[in-house]
Design a protein around this ligand. Structure first.
Ligand code: KIV
Ligand code: ZN
Length: 554
């Protein structure tokens, strides 16, 4: 008699779980730091998008990071909403902070990690493999004593010795981990190698069927999405990704690309889920119509602009420029189009409101667009709308998005622009007069500067007033919509001590937008220096001062 041995398979939820790490790994992108209100706005939108897990941050990093995760757990965590997760290094201080931060959420997860590659052990952690084999069960066990849902990651898994990896994973599962995450931390692997690694983990870890296999990967070689899709074919069932693919260095695997690949090529992937190829059941729980709005919100708030040719969310992703393509698309859109733009929520940017529209019309449109603003926020948004309507004939959905995202940037701002006046032209030296309010001591000062152009003059004057030395490294302008009266969107990036901070603003006057974007970047710089966060991956485990936890003021 022939005995057929079926390979062990990790827990299979029957579809792909989307774990969004925009607010943790995404926020680790140079220049992408977010304030509390911004994180909250993104978390609400991620819940609307339908992600399964929101990794809301690294609570141990600083009191500000702790508070943001805690607020998201409180406001966004719901019984029928996403799991709220926090990151913790494999140390008691981190795990405790993480538990306290996520505890208000009905569905909460602690995600703890330690590096497993020899290169990380030797140079970063200065620990032996034996140390890791002792730390992992101890820390996973501790996390499990606090919550049921524990995820464990083997940092730099793709460069780790596979036999050591299997041993660590087995111990983590025995200690209570219910999700095992396999990161390609430095974006080094290739699709066939990564697929094989996932298949080998399924074959060689004796208790693997007790956990869901997750993958996390960076895009250093532009392979993150391809690697993930190969891992799905081999049994990975949770994908860790970010909106617009933002994240450390070249970023993380992009959520919208993964979700749309699984959506458009469902019949190809169905067979890996033991489904009939024609099964119409979606492979993820994502509401794809929310993708474009989520992408714009993240781009506006992080100042990380999306390249025009970026798949799914780039400005050109659905534009058919060439005559041949346009002709084909008009005859039958399937000739050159694999996704209907409406599937990702790209409407025809319909004209919604004008100068005479009232408060309730603005509120109704914002609600239709998914923005549920408080009374005060709505008042502010309406004042901004009126101001814009005086200068711009028609207000589109994109204009409203720009208004709302600008508003959430304001809290926690040290500086506010109170006056800007600029003169320039071919017969005069560009001169800017700026008044800046310092909200910390409630003082207002004015400075005048001459520059090589109006924007340079504005930045000079702002630097005189703010007295925060920095280097301007990027200035870009693009229009939000078409037409001569369109809002101009300015993104500015500044650098200090090798750290980058970005600022973003939109106005019909691009010089005013530039001034506000610069002020926004300065505010982020000041806020981030005050916050003084620990980096979860660069600071080693010994850095475990969590004294802020016992301070009720935090
Ligand atoms: O890239 C990585 O390895 C990570 C881990 C902390 C999951 O971000
Ligand atoms: Zn990462």
């Amino acid at each position: 008699m022939k005995i057929i041995l079926f390979p062990l398979m990790s827990k299979d939820p029957g579809r792909i779980l989307i774990f969004d790490t925009t607010l943790r790994d995404g926020e680790q992108s140079p220049g992408a730091s977010l304030n509390l209100e911004e994180k909250l706005a993104i978390a609400h939108q991620l819940a609307r998008l339908g992600v399964d897990v929101i990794e809301a941050g690294f609570p141990f990093a600083s009191p500000g990071d702790f508070k943001a995760v805690n607020k998201i757990a409180n406001a966004v965590g719901k019984e029928n909403g996403p799991i709220i997760c926090g990151l913790a290094r494999a140390s008691k201080g981190d795990i405790k902070a993480c538990y306290e931060a996520v505890s208000p959420a009905p569905k909460k997860r602690i995600h703890t990690f330690i590096a497993t590659s020899d290169i990380h052990l030797k140079h970063k952690l200065k620990k032996s493999r034996k140390d890791v084999l002792q730390i992992v069960p101890e820390m996973v066990n501790y996390a499990k004593s606090l919550v049921d849902d524990v995820e464990f990651s083997c940092e730099d898994a793709s460069r780790s010795d596979p036999d050591f990896l299997y041993e660590v994973i087995q111990l983590a599962i025995s200690a209570g981990a219910t999700t095992i995450n396999i990161p390609d931390t430095v974006g080094f692997t290739t699709p066939s190698e990564f697929g094989k690694l996932i298949a080998d983990i399924n074959k060689n870890v004796p208790n693997i069927e007790e956990a869901v296999i997750s993958v996390h990967g960076h895009n250093d070689l532009g392979l993150a999405v391809a690697n993930f899709l190969e891992s799905v074919k081999n049994g990975a069932r949770q994908l860790e990704c970010t909106i617009n693919g933002i994240g450390e260095r070249a970023g993380n695997a992009s959520l919208e690309e993964l979700v749309m690949a699984l959506h458009v090529r469902k019949s190809f992937f169905n067979s890996f889920f033991k489904r009939n190829p024609d099964s119409p059941t979606p492979l993820t729980a994502i509401r794809t119509e929310e993708i474009t709005k989520t992408s714009r919100l993240v781009s506006n708030l992080t100042g990380m602009t999306v390249q025009p040719n970026k798949a799914i969310v780039g400005a050109n992703a659905f534009a058919h420029e060439s005559g041949i393509h346009q002709d084909g698309v008009l005859k039958n859109r399937l000739t050159y189009e694999i996704i209907d733009a409406k599937t990702v929520g790209l409407s025809d940017n319909k004209i919604s409101l004008g100068k005479l529209s009232g408060r309730s019309a603005v509120r109704a449109r914002l609600e239709e667009m998914g923005y549920d603003l408080s009374r005060e926020d709505l008042n502010d948004a309406f004042a901004r709308f009126k101001d814009l309507a005086d200068r711009k004939r028609e207000i589109t959905d994109r204009d409203l998005e720009a208004i709302v995202s600008e508003q959430v940037q304001l809290p926690e701002a040290k500086f506010q622009l109170s006056l800007i006046q600029v003169s320039c032209g071919n017969a005069s030296k560009p001169t800017a007069t700026i008044s800046l309010l310092n909200t910390e001591d409630n003082t207002e000062d004015t400075a005048v500067s001459i520059g090589t152009g109006p924007v340079d003059a504005v930045c000079e004057a702002l630097n005189k007033l703010a007295k925060v030395p920095n280097e301007l490294i990027e200035f870009s302008v693009k229009s939000v919509t078409e037409g001569i009266d369109a809002l101009g969107e300015v993104t500015i990036r500044i650098r200090r001590d090798n750290k980058i901070y970005s600022g973003h603003s939109a106005d019909t006057d691009v010089v005013v937008a530039a001034a506000n974007a610069y002020v926004n970047a300065l505010n982020r710089l000041v806020f981030s220096e005050k916050k003084n966060s620990i980096h979860p991956q660069f600071d080693n485990l010994e850095n475990s001062d969590n004294s802020f936890l016992s301070n009720p003021a935090n």
